[in-house]
Ligand binder design. Structure first.
Ligand code: SF4
Length: 416
């Protein structure tokens, strides 16, 4: 059996700065919710946040809150509350944990940020079905609960080529949001504001890509588990100068590591790609498990999902539509497989781990033969872990450990 050691992992110094900007972000939302000085929009994680910011909204992301519920291991106890109001246990455990926490009147924000007692009440909710249909149900539930409007962009999924007709349709849907948003925010739409915000989002995306792509170095200065934590500003603060400044800082730290050959996982022997959602309540445990076996899980489709290379402030609506439709999760298996192959090659990967998340079929790509097809084509060994993003009842730690150890042993044998 592959032997597990307590391997030294290098901590990221910029973390303190990230914690500060995240605290500022949540306190600003909390103040606005209390005194009403700015309107608040809730947005899906790959929704049109740039338009909302340009129109004067502060933006809150329920998926980020749901991931916090997972990471603090509160989620599993919240899910039954949502089951009781009609969401079955196999429905997205972001949705069930988040609605369950609301029904229970609890939030991890209270523990993390003194004085914050609840999530900030929305003035409007805006979703895009590019990632899944669950967000539509989730946001509609809150719309009913708070008696505020819910607006949607409906994007078809399983897209192979992102063609002009699709881009035009999504761009028009984004434009169609403007009159209602103007009414709610009491602010006229200004194209220059949108261009300014989109340029900041683009800068954030470029830097975030550079951060993630430092992992192509041998040894890698970064792990997927670091990425899952440090992606927070790319999700909730894209379109702001704070996110840009943060990723400049993080990138400089990682570049300094590369120069000094500092490995995120000491004695990196195996380089692993993660396909699927993180198991939020096991982030640290999984990080230790892999690093203890000399393996660095160093890149992922998931963290890459907040890279929006198509943003162009000179063509804001079309480029937003293109970027938010070109996303991995929106695409056909053929397009997804081409992307994964490119990443396996770029990051010089030895093995790929798929997380089959019970409650998120949209981010579980191992169910329809992709694992076998890619393994046959690339000869890169793969492992499927059964689990979930938030519901810890859906996973077996013992089974995961046994399977990961056996997988690393296979990699050892292959390496000879
Ligand atoms: S993509 Fe998956 S995890 Fe995200 S909201 Fe949709 S069902 Fe939930």
């Amino acid at each position: 059996m592959a032997e597990e050691k307590d391997v030294k992992r290098v901590m990221i110094k910029a973390t303190a700065q990230m914690e500060q900007i995240m605290a500022d972000y949540f306190y600003e939302l909390d103040t606005a919710a209390k005194d009403g000085h700015k309107p608040i929009a809730w947005c899906t994680s790959v929704g049109p946040v740039e338009l909302l910011r340009a129109m004067g909204f502060l933006v809150y992301f329920p998926e980020n809150h749901a991931a916090m519920l997972g990471a603090t291991r509160m989620a599993t106890d919240m899910i039954p509350e949502a089951n009781a109001v009609g969401y079955t246990p196999t429905v997205c455990s972001y949705l069930t944990a988040d609605i369950g926490a609301y029904l229970k009147g609890v939030t991890p924000l209270s523990k993390a940020y003194k004085g914050i007692e609840a999530v900030p009440k929305p003035d409007v909710l805006v979703f895009n079905t590019n990632q899944c249909r669950d967000v539509q149900d989730w946001f509609s539930w809150y719309s009913h609960e708070f008696n505020v409007p819910v607006l949607g962009i409906y994007t078809q999924r399983g897209v192979n080529e992102v063609g002009a007709a699709l881009v035009t349709s999504v761009a028009q849907q984004i434009k169609d949001l403007v009159p209602t948003l103007e009414e709610i925010s009491q602010k006229r739409f200004d194209l220059d504001d949108l261009k300014r915000v989109l340029a900041l989002s683009r800068a954030c995306s470029t830097l975030w890509q550079k951060v993630l792509f430092t992992a192509a170095n041998k040894p890698s200065p970064l792990t997927f588990f670091d990425g899952a934590i440090h992606m927070a500003p790319a999700v909730v603060l894209r379109g702001t100068p704070q996110a840009v400044a943060y990723y400049q800082l993080l990138l400089a730290e990682l570049e300094a590591r590369i120069e000094k050959h500092v490995a995120a996982v000491a004695d990196e022997k195996y380089r692993i790609y993660w396909e699927g959602m993180p198991v939020w309540g096991r982030l640290s445990a999984h990080s230790k498990l892999f690093s203890g076996l000399g393996a660095n899980v160093l890149a992922s489709t998931y963290c890459n999902s907040w890279i929006f290379s198509d943003f162009d402030e000179n063509d804001p609506f079309n480029s937003m539509a293109r970027a938010y439709t070109k996303l991995f999760i929106v695409r056909s298996d053929e397009a997804k497989e081409a992307y994964i192959k490119e990443m396996l090659d770029y990051f010089k990967v030895d093995g790929i781990v798929y997380h089959d998340a019970m409650t998120c079929p949209n981010n579980s790509n191992c169910r329809y033969g992709m694992v076998q097809r890619l393994e046959k084509e690339t000869k890169i060994l793969s492992l499927v872990i059964n689990g979930d993003l938030n519901d810890l009842r859906m996973l077996s730690d013992e089974q995961t450990q046994t399977n990961v150890e056996a997988f690393i042993e296979q990699l050892e044998e292959q390496a000879g």
